[in-house]
Design a protein around this ligand. Structure first.
Ligand code: BV8
Length: 239
């Protein structure tokens, strides 16, 4: 692997990692835009929107319960575990994820910014309280009587401003920024690696294909994150 990159990773104390659906692909969770991806099978663009939920909340809940069932069968893969090790190794570490599957937390990460929410949480449509999802028949109801919605950021909805502000800040201050398994098409998440690079971070991309981020990266590692991250980490730890 690139010697400069290995030295950067050994010497830095500050690192930010941004992940997308690609890091969960080897855990068996379909990505959004790849072959057999979620967006292809379930007209997800029409389901992951406030309009779809307003029109047919039962159908949207059916889709999320299907995804919860899928995710509950899946375990973190070696890529998730390496990122969890990184959090323990670097004194100044932040993980930013677009994923809603909760696998990073399952792998042991705690310093996580979940940009697009979490499929295991739901939010009351009346009083906005956020609770852990509980299994029930049909649409879950809040004790206030209103229905819950998935605690997910849908297209056309703004991200949580505190989480987004924190994500922009740590990206702009990062010395090394690793972006793993994202197609780089969804904004504002896709801006984070670009901002990091513009502010002087060393930008590493791990992906099975090139993306709009690749031309900005200092180092592009082509391949599966579950295979590449363990190799990268072994080299970094060999003094
Ligand atoms: C907002 C929740 C303000 C749903 C999701 C600026 C420019 C252009 C458009 C916009 C812009 N600003 C806002 C927009 C509109 C929109 C947007 O970005 N549209 C795009 C599609 C053009 N953004 C929004 O609406 C955002 N809100 O900005 O608010 C606002 C408000 C109103 C109007 C304007 C602005 C909200 C975005 C959040 C949407 N919600 N998810 C759900 O999950 O149920 S996004 C969805 O896509 C997922 O969260 C997912 O994480 C995310 C990104 O996808 P990826 O993770 O990258 O997954 P993908 O399948 O695409 O790619 C996988 C990659 O992995 C591939 O590159 C593949 O090669 C690679 N890979 C595969 N296997 C592996 C691998 N890599 C390594 N190893 C492997 N094994």
């Amino acid at each position: 692997m690139d010697k400069k990159m290995i030295n950067m990773m050994r010497e830095t104390s500050n690192i930010v990692v941004l992940t997308g659906a690609g890091i969960s692909q080897e855990s068996g969770i379909p990505t959004f835009r790849g072959e057999g991806g979620l967006w292809k099978k379930f007209r997800a663009e029409e389901l992951a929107t406030p309009q779809a939920f307003k029109k047919d909340p039962a159908l949207v809940w059916e889709w999320y319960k299907f995804r919860q069932d899928k995710v509950s069968e899946c375990k973190p893969n070696p890529g998730h575990h390496i990122i969890s090790e990184m959090e323990r190794f670097y004194s100044d570490f932040t993980l930013i994820t677009q994923n809603v599957d909760g696998l990073h937390r399952k792998a042991g990460n705690t310093k996580i910014l979940e940009l697009h929410g979490n499929i295991w949480k739901m939010r009351c449509t009346a009083d906005e309280r956020v609770v852990d999802y509980f299994s029930c028949e049909g649409i879950p109801k809040c004790e206030c009587g209103a229905i819950f919605r998935p605690h997910i950021v849908w297209f056309g909805e703004s991200l949580d401003s505190n989480i987004l502000e924190h994500a922009f800040k740590v990206s702009a201050e990062s010395l090394v920024f690793i972006v793993v398994g994202t197609s780089g098409v969804v904004h504002p998440a896709a801006q984070l690696p670009i901002i990091a690079r513009e502010k002087g971070a060393y930008l590493i991309e791990v992906n099975t294909e090139r993306t709009p981020i690749s031309s900005h990266s200092d180092c592009f590692l082509e391949g599966k994150s579950g295979e590449l991250l363990p190799v990268l980490w072994d080299e970094i730890k060999q003094k």
